[in-house]
Design a protein around this ligand. Structure first.
Ligand code: ADP
Ligand code: MG
Length: 578
């Protein structure tokens, strides 16, 4: 007897939904894309409870007649492809014909639509893929509504993140699409509040102004817009528009938001030597490519693409970025740049002088080998009472320290993060530094909302923030350790940590604490920790090692990366086959 089943239609659609509908934002994306393909000029989006309760997208596009409205929910039903050869020349956002059938399989959908000139429209209700009702109605354009997403796939529902995170993904999705379609007006409402209102704009720059404000746009460099031949339009942050995270980096190919590592890499290459290593530029790249040279049919949600000639795209982007940023940005490389190689080399060729960044360095002239023998003679053990610890700077933020029983490699940035992190979380009420003049900080819409939702947690960490309206907050007090920090980048970092909910690791003792509090503390700690730029002196290293030893989890930073790695003398002897 045969053991193979051909799956029933409903189950097939549910399986497809697994690929297309990852979270509420995926539904929003598919609906908006359909509205764009239907030539809409105004699209409004209503969200209740982060899309878990309601997602509604209304447009003023072409609409559908009854026959099409019913066909639209069939799997592989599309008006955008007719035959195979069309696949290599796609100019619409959709083409796979599976979004509506997949979404309808895992939610309760209501569609109202009418052809532009038809007075009579159609209203269809579908629950879990089954049509429940078809009736007449009046409509202009199309409105599609999803309630109770994943109501019949509880496992998926469980994977949804907090409302804050899901709301962030929705507004990020709408923002990305809105940036690439300036000629379409968008309104996004969340739980009744209008969070984005973007009237039709005449250019990309105008749309960016609507979303990010004038100050942000004044700090965007642009490649020559006259130079249309290149096929790349680039808006790139200048040195006043750098971030500690990658949240504001956008790539569009033929108006479609995509992610592509090699294009991002080309952008960073274009900035090479112009920005510090730990900073990230904001960028908006619009590529117009011959549809035959790029395959969008790689990912079910069309997030990724494949190029016929990856190298030429890489060079195209690299050159566009270089042209826009060179001569316009002040060189701002890390202070140690250029000396690092020298340092390492120095220690190998026997000029130990530079490699020793220590108060005791003068007693260790000469080569690497003489250092080791001296260490052995003096039984230097860093865990003891020494006020200055001699160390060897290896590069980046890594140093090597000799201990009684071997060698310890320490990432001093990670070590400092661990120390600061526990300091922030453990002091029952973190000591705050009250600003003499409270500072106004303008944020981006999604950052602003996530900060407002977490004012209580921020306060517990010593960061006193108030709403000032119009995407602006007022900072009144901040943790003492962050006294001199740049508030714009601190607030943007804090919101990024809430959005991404990066759960810090390795804190058994503080496991019970609220995860957003830990995520913020981890980000604040990172903000204040010594970076590659500032190689610490031996007294500071001694202090740091002592403080690290006193933490609960001295072996990992709040993100779970190691702070120190020890190699025992026995291990080393084995390497020498002794
Ligand atoms: P695809 O977009 O890949 O064609 P979908 O499942 O998203 O597949 O949509 C199926 C079809 O339904 C579309 O091809 C289009 O003809 C029609 N459709 C969906 N949404 C709209 C809309 N908002 N306005 C007009 N037609 C729509
Ligand atoms: Mg579609």
């Amino acid at each position: 007897m045969s053991v193979i089943n051909v799956l029933p239609l409903n189950l097939r659609n549910k399986i497809a939904a697994g690929e297309v509908v990852e979270r509420p934002a995926s539904v929003v994306k598919e609906f908006i894309e359909n509205s764009i393909d239907a030539k809409s000029t105004r699209i409004s989006i209503d969200i209740m409870r982060a899309g878990k309760k309601l997602i509604r997208v209304s447009d003023n596009g072409t609409g559908m007649d009854r026959e099409d409205a019913l066909l639209a929910f069939e799997r592989y039903a599309t008006s955008k492809l007719r035959e195979e050869k069309d696949l290599i020349n796609i100019s619409t956002m959709g083409f796979r014909g599976e979004a509506l059938s997949s979404i309808a399989a895992v939610s309760k959908v209501r569609l109202t639509t009418a052809l532009t000139l038809d007075s009579l429209g159609t209203c269809i209700e579908i629950i879990g893929g089954d049509i429940k009702e078809i009736k007449d109605c009046t409509a202009t354009g199309t409105t599609i509504e999803v309630k109770d997403l994943f109501f019949n796939t509880p496992a998926r529902r469980k994977f949804l993140k907090s409302d804050t995170t899901e709301n962030y993904h929705i507004s990020d999705t709408v923002t990305r699409i809105a940036v690439s379609h300036p000629h379409i007006g968008f309104v996004l409402r969340m739980d009744g509040d209008e969070v984005l209102h973007l009237p039709e704009a005449s250019s990309h720059r105008e749309r960016l102004m609507q979303i990010y404000g004038k100050e942000f746009c004044d700090n965007l460099l642009e490649n020559n817009p006259q130079d249309n031949l290149t096929g790349v339009r680039a808006f790139l942050g200048n040195s006043a528009n750098l971030r500690n995270n990658k949240n504001n980096q956008f790539i569009f190919i033929n108006d479609r938001p995509v992610r592509d590592q090699s294009i991002s890499y080309a952008v960073y290459r274009g900035y090479e030597g112009l920005i510090p290593k730990e900073k990230h530029p904001v960028f908006f790249l619009f590529l117009e490519l011959d549809p035959e040279k790029v395959d969008f049919n790689v990912h079910p949600a069309k997030r990724e693409v494949r190029f016929a000639d990856k190298n030429s795209i890489f060079n195209l982007v690299l050159n566009a970025v270089k042209a826009a940023v060179r001569n316009q940005m002040i060189i701002e490389g890390p202070e140690t740049a250029g000396t690092i190689e020298g340092t390492i080399e120095g220690s190998i060729v026997g000029n130990g002088q530079h490699s020793y960044n220590s108060g005791l360095s003068s007693s260790y002239p000469g080569s690497f080998s003489s250092v080791q023998s001296n260490v052995a003679e003096q039984h230097l053990d860093y865990s003891g009472f020494i006020e200055k610890i001699p160390f060897l700077y290896l590069g980046d933020t890594i140093i090597a320290v000799a201990g009684r029983s071997g060698l310890t490699l320490i990432d001093y940035h990670a070590a400092h993060e661990r120390v600061n992190y526990e300091l922030l979380l453990k002091s029952s009420s973190t000591i705050s530094f009250r600003l003499l003049f409270p500072a106004q900080v303008k944020l981006q819409g999604s950052e602003y909302r996530v900060i407002l939702e977490n004012l209580g947690v921020l306060k517990e960490l010593g960061l006193e923030v108030e709403d000032f309206g119009h995407d602006t907050v007022i900072v009144r007090a901040l943790p003492e350790m962050l006294r001199d920090t740049d508030l714009n980048s601190l607030m943007s970092d804090v919101s990024a940590s809430l959005i991404n909910e990066a759960r810090p690791l390795g804190d058994e003792k503080i496991a019970s604490m609220d995860s957003s509090k830990k995520a913020i503390a981890a980000r604040m700690a990172c903000h204040k920790s010594i970076r590659g730029k500032e190689v610490p002196d031996s007294a500071r290293i001694a202090e740091l090692i002592k403080a690290l030893d006193a933490t609960d989890s001295p072996n990992t930073c709040p993100h779970g990366r190691p702070t120190r790695i020890s190699i025992t003398l026995d291990d080393i002897k084995k390497m020498f086959r002794k």
